[in-house]
Design a protein around this ligand. Structure first.
Ligand code: B12
Length: 234
């Protein structure tokens, strides 16, 4: 009963039209201070189709504004879910959509890896898989989502069925459309490391130059792979 109320509270915070929500068991998968949490809620916020359709040639000012607005919304909503869980006596922690500059160290600059993967929580929750350009491709919205996660010490709903391999099949439109040529086309499964099929440095280098050109800011914003994926189109 208590968990039903908690679930409906979460649904109120993240309405179904705009959010895909999944529940994951994460035992043994998290490191550092996150490792005391064994469960996670994946929050996938759908991005506006009109804006995503327009970025086939790279980022626009509208996409940059959407990116910031959705990050703020996800950060706020994950905090609201944490407060709600705590009101029900459940220890919870929000992992924000964005990473603060201060949190990034030399390791990050060398590897472009952050020790917490929102996409991993999402595949464990069964809401999607990793596509050929390393995006989470959700069943409902394709890759047209931004992610945040809420970690909990106990399950608050039955975990979803984890997805361990790609369902992109023969499609390689994102690989062919990537102006940075960052991906090889090798399909993902949980044994395939990112660096074997996708080059984050090539991606970031190109994203910085195209965002400087298109929107006058040198940020890692591109989004062409997000825009072309047929799974995201209605
Ligand atoms: C560092 C980073 C970057 C780097 C490197 C990108 C990369 N793909 O690694 C750069 C600057 C290049 C970048 C670019 C972009 N990024 Co970025 N980025 C991140 C960040 C902060 C960390 C990613 C990371 O550490 N990757 C390291 C690798 C090892 O992990 P991973 O990429 O998450 O995915 C691996 C694991 O999840 C693993 N996995 C999945 N399930 C399971 C299960 C098990 C059991 C195991 C063992 C492993 C496993 O499979 C993946 C491949 O190996 C995340 C936010 C976050 N904290 O997650 C956002 C994030 C990945 N970025 C995002 C986005 C949208 C972008 C851009 C489109 C930018 C833009 N807004 O225009 C581009 C697209 C790049 C692309 N095609 O991936 C979104 C992705 C949304 C989606 N649909 O997938 C995220 C999740 C941010 C968010 N809050 O929504 N980004």
């Amino acid at each position: 009963m208590m968990k039903d109320e908690l679930m409906s509270g979460i649904r109120k915070i993240c309405p179904k039209e705009l959010y895909e929500i999944g529940f994951a068991s994460l035992s043994g998968l998290l490191s550092g201070s996150w490792s005391e949490y064994s469960y996670g809620i994946s929050l996938a916020r759908k991005l506006d189709d009109r804006i995503i359709d327009e970025i086939k040639n790279g980022p626009t000012v509208a996409y940059y504004d959407l990116y910031n607005a959705v990050n703020d919304e996800l950060n706020r909503k994950s905090d609201e879910i944490v407060s709600l869980c705590r009101r029900y006596g459940i220890n919870a922690l929000a992992v924000k959509a964005t990473v603060d500059e201060q949190e990034l160290d030399g390791d990050y600059e060398r590897t472009l890896r952050y020790p917490f993967s929102h996409k991993m929580v999402a595949t464990r929750a069964g809401i999607g898989w990793i596509g050929k350009t390393d995006l989470l491709v959700t069943y409902r919205f394709g890759p047209r989502v931004r992610l945040a996660s809420v970690l909990t010490v106990e399950p608050i709903a039955e975990p979803g069925e984890p997805i361990d391999k790609s369902y992109c099949g023969d499609c390689d439109l994102c690989v062919r459309s990537c102006p940075a040529r960052a991906a090889t086309g090798t399909p993902w499964d949980i044994t395939v490391d990112r660096d074997l099929f996708y080059d984050p440095f090539a991606c970031r280098r190109f994203a910085r130059s195209i965002s400087a050109r298109n929107i006058g800011r040198e940020v890692s914003l591109c989004g062409i792979c997000v825009s072309v994926c047929p799974r995201g189109m209605r």
